[in-house]
Ligand binder design. Sequence first.
Ligand code: ADP
Ligand code: MG
Length: 165
Amino acid sequence: MISSQFQITTRTPDETQKLGKTIGKWIEYPLVIGLSGDLGSGKTVFVQGLAEGLEVPGQYYITSPTFTLINEYPGRFPLFHIDLYRLDGISDLEDIGLDELLYDQAVIAIEWAKKISHELPAEHLALTFEITGDDYRTISLIGYGHNLDNLIKALKLDENIVGKK
Ligand code: ADP
Ligand code: MG
């Protein structure tokens, strides 16, 4: 069930962070956000902005939870930041307790989400990051579910977001 999609090319880390912040501000209910794309493509930078938009206090500096698999931050919703780069199989996933997290009132941002695409809830936001130049990142968003259709529409109308296609 694809509701709508949107593509943007950011030209600085700041622009990618701002996209995350805009989406974070928009979030009014628990949501899963799957992030895919090569190392260094901007997934963590995006989550830093997302955290800002969710009002995670500035003293938390968000880095990839590559070794911890999961970090939690307080905000308007609890933000769980998961990185599956080193995921070694289903037992790791069970350690994370993704199933239980999905029933929490939380925002869950998952790097390398494609590794578990079949485990994601029907309603989620999927972002794919592509390195298209030294500082250019082409980011494709797909909103699965009708609530996310509204987000994509809002992003398309938001004049502060540059680089839209
Ligand atoms: P990932 O989590 O996908 O591995 P990171 O977000 O940790 O990637 O790192 C992205 C790197 O790319 C950072 O060093 C950042 O400064 C750099 N960068 C350059 N241009 C951009 C851009 N337009 N958007 C995001 N990051 C960018
Ligand atoms: Mg990362």
